[in-house]
Design a protein around this ligand. Structure first.
Ligand SMILES: Nc1nc2c(ncn2[C@@H]2O[C@H](COP(=O)(O)OP(=O)(O)OP(=O)(O)O)[C@@H](O)[C@H]2O)c(=O)[nH]1
Ligand SMILES: [Mg+2]
Length: 534
């Protein structure tokens, strides 16, 4: 019995799985194997359209093995040309049994020579109804066209019957084909022809030897029928095997399943063993985010935020006599096009070579960590998938920093600034009044005007109190306010850092971790489809 395997999945499911796998494998696995996958899908769909009414059986083998003679023996008349001049057959001949029209299938197969075998009512022909027997040119021909024709038919037939003899059964070319078709054991049969030239013992020795060679080729459970077209030995057995194949109507499905299995197996090998993680570890994501923070120049921004806060405080609540000096200098955040209501986005300094290298290095490290135990081509595929466009990354990083600065912006001056400012202005006004007063007194003395009595406080003239008190207290207050502003500045810088770090984690999540995870998911998905197809 040649159908020696039972399969769980149905052909349609396998085909769908291969289809999905090939789509995913495109651009990831080897182009040639992916192309083979597509070719197999096309062929399977094409063959399935013609249904299981007919079974395509091909006689394959080296020239002179007896394919044409055997075709004639099975048909029961001299249809195929046999001969001593080699190679004899140069185009495929199809002999078909039964009333069902095989023409569309033979058109699809591009076989022009067709012969309908007359059905003998009640005779042995009936059990072969539905059989299309293909006498194929040889594979070891000096004619390239013969070999191409043979390979095309071998690719499309449902059952492959290799016809050989005691001299040729070790033929290298045949075993190369058999190894390539090692998944097709269920739809492969061997004929050891010309046994009339051997003793019974030799036949058994050849059979055993051939079985061993087949096992070496990866084929198991392949039937071997010993025949002779001269004596008729084994022809009935061969006819019986063909009849059984036709009756079971499973050869087509088994053949196509073997094709799918075979290419899915090749793709699985290219996919590599199921090693390495399926998830980007949290730690890798965290490290990536902190590397982005380091590369984003956030330190400089935080320094500017703190300095900006100190400068604002100084301008608003500093010593009124020296505030204006500060306000002449540009705002530290403005210099980065940040904050202070500036409309634009942060134009952080162009990332230096070091920063850029650091970002790229961080992505590489993350990929290396995730793909540590993964076979090729995955490290490279993951690196490609998770390396963002530098311009896009820079843009997102700038947005993250800008957003953080904006988010931590103080909308209005703190209330205590207003109180201190009012106090500062009052003290300054007192100092000015004191100074003017003293100036007037000095001017009066200069003009030798009579003394105007000056009020005093515990012996200290009031204008002197006003000048010295207003200036000194104002100055001290400014020193205290400056320290408070420094504390406030640091707090704001911390708030900006927190927000920026959170935003940067989102950036690395979106631009690096998510694409990396998506690629890992596709790898799993691809394996899943291929395992179902295989
Ligand atoms: N002794 C003996 N000779 C056979 C047997 N079968 C075929 N032959 C001879 O082997 C030679 C080749 O036979 P073909 O049937 O033409 O071989 P083929 O495999 O079709 O060859 P190509 O068409 O060239 O590929 C012919 O001379 C046959 O008469 C057999 O069972 N015994
Ligand atoms: Mg021939």
């Amino acid at each position: 019995m040649i159908f020696n395997r039972t399969r769980g999945l149905d052909l349609g499911d396998q085909l769908a799985a291969l289809d999905a796998a090939v789509d995913l494998a495109d651009g990831r696995l080897g182009g040639a194997t992916v192309a083979t996958g597509r070719h197999v899908i096309d062929k399977v769909e094409g063959r399935m359209r013609h249904g299981t009414t007919h079974t395509l059986v091909a006689f394959l083998g080296a020239t002179g093995g007896g394919k044409s003679s055997l075709t004639n023996a099975v048909v029961g008349s001299e249809i195929a040309t046999t001969g001593i001049r080699r190679p004899t057959t140069s185009s495929t001949l199809a002999c078909y049994w039964g009333d069902e029209d095989p023409q569309p299938l033979l058109d699809w197969l591009r076989v022009v020579n067709r012969h309908q075998v007359a059905s003998i009512s009640g005779g042995r022909g009936e059990q072969l109804d539905g059989l299309i027997l293909l006498d194929v040119p040889d594979h070891d021909s000096i004619e390239l066209a013969n070999r191409e024709e043979m390979e095309r038919i071998a690719e499309h037939a449902d059952l492959l019957v290799w016809v050989t003899d005691a001299e040729k059964y070790g033929d290298k070319a045949m075993h190369t084909y058999l190894r390539q078709l090692s998944q097709h054991g269920a739809v492969t049969a061997m004929v050891l022809n010309k046994v009339d030239q051997l003793t019974g013992r030799d036949v058994e020795a050849c059979r055993t030897d051939l079985a061993k060679l087949l096992a070496d080729d990866g084929l198991t459970g392949t039937s071997i029928v010993a025949t002779s077209t001269s004596t008729g030995t084994g022809v009935e057995e061969l006819r019986g095997l063909l009849g059984e194949t036709v009756a079971e109507r499973r050869a087509m499905v088994e053949r196509l399943q073997a094709d799918i299995r075979s290419v899915a197996g090749e793709l699985l090998i290219e996919l590599g063993p199921d090693e390495g993680t399926s998830e980007v570890p949290d730690r890798v994501a965290r490290e990536l985010a902190s590397e982005l923070v380091a590369a984003s120049g956030l330190d400089a921004v935080c320094d500017a935020v703190a300095a900006g806060h100190r400068r604002d405080a100084n301008v608003r609540i500093g010593w009124p006599f020296t505030r204006w000096v500060r306000s002449l200098r540009p705002h530290p955040l403005r210099r980065l096009h940040l904050g202070q209501g500036s409309g634009g986005r942060a134009s952080l300094p162009e990332p230096s070579g070091v920063q850029r290298a650091r970002t790229e290095g961080a992505v590489r490290d993350a990929v290396r960590e995730v793909t540590a135990s993964m076979p090729d081509p995955w490290p490279e595929l993951l690196r490609a998938a998770s390396t963002p466009d530098p311009a896009v990354l820079k843009d997102h990083m700038e947005r993250a920093v800008t957003g953080a600065v904006r988010g931590a912006e103080v909308k209005r001056s703190p209330r205590w600034w207003h109180a201190i400012n009012a106090l500062q202005l009052t003290l300054a006004a007192a100092a000015v009044v004191g100074a003017v007063w003293l100036a007037l007194l000095a001017f009066g003395a200069y003009l030798r005007l009579p003394d105007v009595p000056t009020p005093d406080y515990r012996g200290l003239p009031i204008p002197t109190c006003l000048l010295i008190g207003g200036a000194a207290i104002g100055f001290l207050l400014a020193v205290v306010a400056r320290n408070l502003a420094a504390v406030g500045g640091r707090r704001r810088a911390r708030a900006v850092r927190r927000r920026a770090e959170k935003a940067m984690a989102e950036v690395s999540g979106e631009l690096i971790v998510a694409p990396m995870q998506a690629e890992l998911d596709r790898r799993d998905e691809l394996r899943d489809h291929l395992e179902r197809a295989a």
